[in-house]
Design a protein around this ligand. Structure first.
Ligand SMILES: Nc1nc2c(ncn2[C@@H]2O[C@H](COP(=O)(O)OP(=O)(O)OP(=O)(O)O)[C@@H](O)[C@H]2O)c(=O)[nH]1
Ligand SMILES: [Mg+2]
Length: 365
């Protein structure tokens, strides 16, 4: 999974990126590096820890989320519209979700391109920028489809039909409904399927609050979650600078500090959970002497596709899946004990995978 971090200049994108990936990219330099920061977060999973105690494998592998901290618009442009156009679109196209960092921390020494700190305004403005970017993308497609000179009648009719579809989608965007919340008929689905639209991505918001607001985290979170609503969305309030500092500590020191400062669960964990929920994802597990590992798939994935997450050969040569639930496996201690107790099930290619299934795929290629 790949999540693109977006937001206004100096809103704390790189700070939050560092907090999420335990990274140390440079912060505080107003504007444009030419390249994105790319980092990986490991998804904490107590099931992997527990299974590694049982199997003592050579390695335990956690699911991963890649965060991409996109470069801002070129220095001096002071224009936010570049966030969702031009070369940024190429980066966004590779993402599975957006994480919008909204500045809520007050600090006079840090420039705000809009002149004041007002997170509700910024959250709304950027959400609007996204809709606006999609309207422009559809405009361009409509323009091209409108060039029907010299086409056969059937082709021209087809293009005119697509234009009608696109105009309907555009009207809904203009009325404030992102693509992820629109429902389409078959014809509309076909007409938009080859256009990358930013508002089709799941949308997460990290409200970047100041140190002094940490005690109000819950209240602020309630406020932001009442603004960021709908399918495929999620939001949380975190103090980026504090989370970044804590993320750079050793684990033990970090938890001591968290306790003493009364900051709860790491922002990293909360953001990961949000991402899983908004993207409708779950994990299954594989075990063995070599490796205990968590794999990420969308909810509702059939066994044969889950096999493909492990390796395309396993999907191609899929025979069946031997499955035991995590709870049963931990209770019984091994897959052979689970087999004896008739808790090891044999499932076919269409079996819908369940969160925490421990799987052995049988295949032949
Ligand atoms: N007080 C406070 N300062 C913060 C917080 N988060 C970020 N900052 C500061 O805000 C400044 C900008 O942070 P960055 O993470 O570089 O912001 P950015 O969005 O990546 O900036 P650009 O990439 O230049 O657009 C830095 O000086 C940070 O230390 C926070 O939670 N509290
Ligand atoms: Mg930055």
């Amino acid at each position: 999974m790949r999540i693109a971090i977006v937001g206004l200049p100096q809103s704390g994108k790189t700070t939050v990126f560092n907090a999420l990936t335990r990274g140390s990219a440079r912060v505080g330099e107003y504007s444009a590096r030419p390249e994105a920061n790319i980092g990986v977060a490991h998804v904490p999973d107590s099931r992997v820890d527990r299974l590694a105690e049982i199997y003592v494998p050579k390695k335990a592998v956690f699911a991963e989320v890649t965060y991409v901290d996109l470069p801002g618009p070129p220095a001096g442009t002071h224009d936010d519209s570049g966030m969702f156009s031009g070369s940024a679109l190429t980066d966004l196209q590779q993402a599975d979700a957006l994480l919008h960092v909204v500045r809520a921390f007050a600090d006079d020494s840090i420039i705000h391109t809009k002149g004041s700190v007002d997170w509700k305004r910024d959250a709304g403005d950027v959400a609007f920028d996204i809709l606006f970017a999609d309207i422009a993308l559809i405009d361009r497609r409509i323009e091209r489809l409108g060039e029907t000179k010299g086409l056969k009648a059937a082709d021209r009719d087809e293009q005119l039909r697509q234009i009608e579809d696109l105009k309907a989608v555009q009207a809904a965007l203009e009325a404030g409904t992102p693509i992820r919340e629109q429902s389409f008929n078959d014809s509309q689905t076909r007409s938009i399927q080859n256009i990358f639209l930013v508002s089709s991505l799941p949308y997460l918001v990290a409200l970047n609050i100041g140190e002094s607001d940490v005690p109000n985290t819950e209240a602020l979170e309630a406020e932001i979650s009442s603004i960021v609503t709908g399918q495929g969305t999620g939001s949380a309030a975190i103090c980026g600078s504090l989370e970044m500092e804590l993320a750079q500590m050793e684990h033990e020191e970090e938890s001591e500090f968290r306790q003493s400062l009364d900051v709860g669960e790491p922002g990293l964990h909360r953001m990961l959970r949000l991402s899983y929920d908004a993207l409708n994802l779950m994990s299954f597990l594989t075990v063995g002497d070599d490796e205990v590992r968590a794999w990420t798939i969308p909810n509702g994935t059939p066994a044969v596709k889950a096999a493909g997450a492990v390796h395309s050969d396993i999907e191609r040569g899929f025979i069946r899946a031997e499955i035991v639930s995590y709870d049963d496996l931990v209770e019984l201690g091994s897959t052979s004990e689970a087999r004896k107790a008739a808790r090891l099930r044999s499932e076919g290619r269409d079996y819908v995978m369940q969160n925490g299934d421990v799987v052995n795929f049988l295949f032949s290629v």
